[in-house]
Design a protein around this ligand. Structure first.
Ligand SMILES: NC(=O)c1ccc[n+]([C@@H]2O[C@H](COP(=O)([O-])OP(=O)(O)OC[C@H]3O[C@@H](n4cnc5c(N)ncnc54)[C@H](OP(=O)(O)O)[C@@H]3O)[C@@H](O)[C@H]2O)c1
Length: 288
């Protein structure tokens, strides 16, 4: 049995699908009981409801698992406490493999959620566990949050200047990599950066969307104050808003580059390009 935490989120769902497609038994840890149905529908064999911040919940859900794939909730101020609780439980139960879903460049102190992930990585180094660390770039799937605006208005809104260049990765490639390190030998003690082949400006992303959707699409910089207003109105908490604002400022100043070689080696094929990703999504969404 493989425990997947953060299972009902964007990442968790992709990892469950990839593991289930290989016939691997998954126990999915979800936050709320309403989420159990969806993870079972994706192919999880068991679903458990619990709060990752509570040690009792972690101790219970880690019983009788061969491996743990730990996905911390996005932008969590409790990343280190939660990570340590999972590591301690893994040491107690003696799991064969602990895979931590980190992030590309956790060394970046200016981005608090990256920096906290580095602290968890450090604890893994000291844990004595057979760990593997995956460090994905920003997901191509993040662009889908604006899909309706792209398709209906021809606008791709971003909270930084449109010249900002970012490495992105297809979450389906990340889930395939997760399945490989969870089910094949030879990955203990490894840290893998997972980025796709393109480091694109927002203008280049809009041009690819325009070409494949066969309609004009332009990238539009949304002022941070406007983005922040919308985020707060949608109910996002202070810590999450402030952390994202710091990330957007960092992206604008330095970009966020990565390299696809490691992911290509791991998958045994070239990682998905942004063009191929958009083609796949548009076929699924509008049958284009
Ligand atoms: N998005 C990216 O581009 C990207 C790239 C690289 C790495 N990552 C990392 O990937 C991780 C997951 O990101 P994501 O976008 O998949 O997150 P997500 O969609 O927000 O999923 C997080 C899941 O965790 C659940 N959750 C929240 N608090 C919890 C708690 N206390 N106990 C148990 N479950 C809880 C959430 O449930 P509720 O929503 O019901 O609370 C949600 O189902 C993050 O650590 C992020 O830093 C993301």
């Amino acid at each position: 049995m493989i425990l997947v935490t953060g299972a009902a989120g964007k990442t968790g769902q992709a990892v469950i699908c990839a593991l289930a497609a290989k016939g691997e038994p998954v126990r999915a840890l979800v936050h709320h009981s309403e989420q159990t149905r969806s993870v079972m529908d994706l192919g999880a064999r068991e679903a458990a409801v619990g709060d990752m911040r509570l040690r009792a919940a972690i101790e219970q859900v880690t019983q009788d698992v061969r491996a743990i794939y730990h996905i911390c909730p996005n932008m969590s101020p409790d990343e280190v406490t939660i990570g340590q609780a999972l590591i301690t439980a893994a040491q107690t139960t003696g799991v064969e493999r602990f895979v931590y879903h980190s992030v590309l460049h956790p060394q970046t102190e200016a981005m608090p959620h990256h920096w906290l992930k580095l602290r968890v990585e450090e604890r893994l180094f000291e844990s004595g566990l057979a760990y593997t660390i995956l460090q994905p770039a920003a997901y191509m799937q993040n662009a889908l949050a604006h899909w309706d605006q792209i398709v209906e208005q021809g606008v791709y809104p971003v909270p930084y200047v449109v010249e900002t260049r970012l490495a992105m990765v297809d979450l389906e490639d990340v889930a395939a990599a997760a399945t490989i390190v969870l089910t094949e030998s030879g990955h203990a003690g490894a840290t893998y950066e997972l980025a796709g082949p393109d480091v694109l400006s927002q203008t280049e992303i809009a041009a690819i969307l325009a070409e494949l959707l066969r309609r004009p699409v332009r990238a539009q910089a949304v002022p941070l104050a406007v983005w922040e207003c919308g985020a707060r109105a949608s109910g996002m908490g202070d810590y999450q808003v402030e952390t994202l604002v710091r990330m957007f400022r960092y992206y604008e100043k330095h970009g966020f580059a990565g390299n696809a070689q490691v992911l290509g080696w791991l998958l045994g094929r070239p990682p998905t390009t942004f063009s191929a990703f958009v083609r796949r999504i548009s076929q699924r969404r509008i049958g284009a």
